[in-house]
Design a protein around this ligand. Structure first.
Ligand SMILES: *[C@@H]1O[C@H](CO)[C@@H](O)[C@H](O)[C@H]1NC(C)=O
Ligand SMILES: *[C@@H]1O[C@H](CO)[C@@H](O)[C@H](O)[C@H]1NC(C)=O
Length: 368
């Protein structure tokens, strides 16, 4: 009995499918129906219950299966609608996930969905909520409380959808890591700029959040577009630039970074941020990073590298000014504050990914 129950979750991975996935292609994960074997010279490597990818060679991170913490039920297609180039927020249907197109420069064809609550605050804040590898805008919409809480607080949400096979975000190319340089980050920012110009969104209250690959994208947006975003919440991600793989396909997986082997000084990490937008002299977004201590997809070393990076950017001391447990958080979570613009929450015995605490993120943004 027990053996059978334990066996069921891996059954989809064993299904025989014709063909093989290419290098960097997806080869498994919840909901994946494509090829589960890889072309020769690459190895199918599980990064999370949602996502396995064909990695060149045999250098692969731990394949310890992890329990998914984000529900991925996808709402029926009829719950989303499409329109072309809406003018004004009034043209967006309320309380439904709604696709937009023609929102500006979008070199990689990022999909874009908006959630507008029934009652919109005047000059509303905007949250960009980016999904994990294997996810979609629809999955992150239904698997998070961003839309539900928008009904209470009146902000607008953008749910981008990755155009890449395997639906990871491009957080590795030079283009995506450069201000106005192109790729997925520019597509997302174009939608933000569109929202500011056409929907009356408050340009001073644009926020980013994301899980896993979406967390890495959040770091990318914060580092390359500090003029656009006021704050970022990184749930189980990496430091800005850690995934950089110049010259490789857009959404390549950086195993050196994911396994926590990319160890730099705070200055070196800060330089990566500055190099993304040379000449920028304004403030960087407030950052809040969350990470689990037993994360085997993006190893917990990445948490400490993020701390080095953002404390250097903010010129904060390298040790927290306070580090406390919070009554609303599970036991074993600690909230280390380094200054008003940076907090780092470490979750003992939590893997990939830390569950979402959306209400807390809204407080951090100053929305709630
Ligand atoms: C905060 O304190 C906890 C519990 O002592 C510790 O495990 C954690 O490493 C500390 N966090 C930081 C960022 O120093
Ligand atoms: C962490 O502590 C700071 C300082 O007390 C507080 O402002 C912030 O809301 C806390 N963050 C979380 C995630 O609980």
């Amino acid at each position: 009995m027990f053996k059978l129950a334990a066996f069921f979750p891996v059954l989809p991975l064993l299904r025989l499918v014709a063909g093989q996935s290419p290098e960097w292609g997806q080869c498994g994960g919840i909901g994946w129906t494509g090829a589960t074997t890889c072309v020769s010279g690459t190895m199918c490597t599980e990064y999370s219950a949602y996502y396995s990818q064909c990695i060149p060679g045999s250098a692969a991170p731990s394949t310890t299966p992890v329990t998914p913490t984000t529900p991925i039920s996808v709402p029926p297609a009829s719950s989303s609608t499409t329109t072309t180039a809406p003018t004004g927020l009034s043209s967006i249907p309320a309380s439904t996930l709604h696709q937009i197109t023609n929102f500006g420069t979008n070199p990689t064809n990022v999909g874009m969905y908006v959630y507008k609550p029934a009652r919109v605050a005047s000059n509303p804040p905007l949250i960009v909520a980016s999904h994990y590898c294997g996810g979609t805008a629809q999955a992150y919409y239904s698997g998070s409380k961003y839309a539900q809480l928008a009904e209470t607080y009146g902000y607008v949400v953008l749910f981008p959808s990755s155009p890449n096979s395997g639906t990871c975000w491009d957080v590795s190319s030079t283009a995506t890591l450069t201000h106005n340089g192109g790729s997925d980050s520019l597509g997302i920012v174009s939608a933000v700029r569109y929202a500011i110009s056409n929907w009356g969104v408050d340009a001073g209250r644009v926020f980013a959040a994301g899980t896993s690959s979406g967390a890495m994208m959040t770091s990318v947006l914060a580092g390359a577009y500090p003029d656009v975003f006021s704050a970022g919440v990184v749930d189980s991600g990496v430091a800005f630039g850690c995934f950089a793989l110049p010259g490789q396909p857009d959404d390549s997986w950086n195993s050196q970074c994911s396994t926590g082997e990319e160890i730099l000084t705070g200055q070196q990490w800060a330089q990566k941020v500055y190099a993304a937008y040379p000449g920028y002299t304004g403030e960087y977004p407030k950052m809040q990073v969350w990470h689990g201590t037993i994360d085997t997809t993006l190893y917990p070393e990445n948490f400490w590298e993020e701390i080095k990076q953002w404390t250097t950017v903010f010129d904060y001391p390298s040790t927290p000014i306070s580090n406390v447990s919070e009554s609303y958080l599970p036991q074993g979570y600690s909230n280390a504050t380094y200054g008003p613009r940076f907090q780092a929450i470490l979750a003992q015995n939590v893997g990939h990914t830390v569950p979402l605490f959306e209400q807390q993120y809204l407080e951090f943004y100053g929305i709630a």
